[in-house]
Design a protein around this ligand. Structure first.
Ligand code: S3P
Length: 178
């Protein structure tokens, strides 16, 4: 459990964790929203790559998925202790661990950017930077498996056929404390 006694409501509301499947627009929305509000924004994958001095595909290739998941938890935990405000674009698999969901829930606001498989395929087909992205069948299956975890996040915004600005507008309505 993450200690939260030192947090007041306002601080929690200004730690924003963007979640969603690969290609759901987490990084784009974090950047645009961060720039519009003047809040710092980061990508959890980029934090891991910088601190580990490697790339996500290399981590998967050299040590495999589970050690990557451990790093993801470690850096999420560390990042969650930063002074708000901030917007963190998490990895597509970050919310699959209960502990990660607890970290987000206890320190801030976790949002699911919902997207459909067609949009995902259009956006990230053939991206070599995503080790868990192979082909449409594999993406459909992973997408199905992931829904049970995304559904546990407190806020969901449907991003289907939305521009980044439209997603941001929906977010501002859907998540009351923005
Ligand atoms: C993953 C998504 C990736 C990255 C890693 C694993 C996943 O992040 O963390 O390749 O398990 O869905 P993006 O969602 O930013 O592509």
């Amino acid at each position: 459990m993450v200690p939260t006694s030192h947090l007041d409501g306002d601080m929690m509301e200004r730690r924003i964790y963007l979640n969603g499947f690969m290609g759901s627009g987490k990084s784009t929305i974090a950047r645009e929203l961060g720039e519009q509000r003047g809040w710092p924004y980061r990508d959890l994958d980029a934090v891991i790559e910088k601190r580990e001095n490697t790339t996500i595909p290399e981590i998967f290739e050299e040590v495999g998925e589970q050690p990557f998941r451990d790093m993801e938890t470690r850096y999420l935990e560390e990042f969650s202790g930063r002074t708000p405000p901030f917007i963190l674009a998490c990895g597509g698999g970050t919310p699959i661990r209960r502990h990660n969901r607890e970290i987000m829930g206890e320190t801030g606001v976790a949002i699911h950017l919902d997207v459909d498989v067609k949009t995902i395929m259009d956006r990230i087909g053939e991206d070599p930077h995503r080790p868990l992205f192979q082909n449409r069948e594999q993406v459909e299956s992973l997408f199905e498996t992931r829904q049970q975890f995304y559904e546990q996040l407190p806020y969901t915004v449907d991003t289907t056929e939305c521009s980044p600005q439209e997603v941001i507008e929906k977010l501002l309505v859907r998540v009351p404390f923005f």
